[in-house]
Design a protein. Structure first.
Length: 130
């Protein structure tokens, strides 16, 4: 939990002015002790029209996610706003995967074109319970 706390502090410090409620949700995950583990396939996407839709910066929550690196598109069965930990980093479920990819997690890599390749693969994910 100490590692998560440090990561959350950095995320909140870097992004708090820009992300508001998302930072608060991520900070709550530091205090949450209840989580479940799932094994799922993870991919990464860039916030570009070619990889999303005609509004790549607007997530399913309606929030602007461009410039952020703490957002993940989650399976449709998972409530928006859920905090998950993937590869030791906390992410906020603010977007949805395409129906054909439902069941996987898709990390928003913003404009980092190398990120999708780096994050892809099967892994264990912590899903924090509210």
């Amino acid at each position: 939990m100490l590692v998560i706390g440090a990561a959350l502090a950095v995320l909140a410090w870097n992004d708090s002015a820009r992300i508001g409620p998302a930072a608060a949700a991520l900070e709550r995950s530091d205090q949450a002790e209840a989580y479940r583990l799932i094994y799922a396939y993870v991919t990464g996407y860039n916030t570009t029209v070619a990889q999303t839709d005609d509004t790549p910066c607007i997530a399913a929550t309606g929030d602007n996610i461009c410039g952020r690196r703490n957002v993940v598109a989650c399976p449709r069965s998972m409530p928006l706003g859920t905090v998950v930990e993937i590869h030791g980093r906390p992410y906020l479920c603010e977007d949805r995967t395409a129906r054909k990819f439902d069941g996987r997690f898709d990390i928003s890599c913003d404009k980092d074109m190398n990120c999708p390749v780096k994050v892809a693969g099967w892994t264990t994910i912590k899903v924090y319970e509210d």
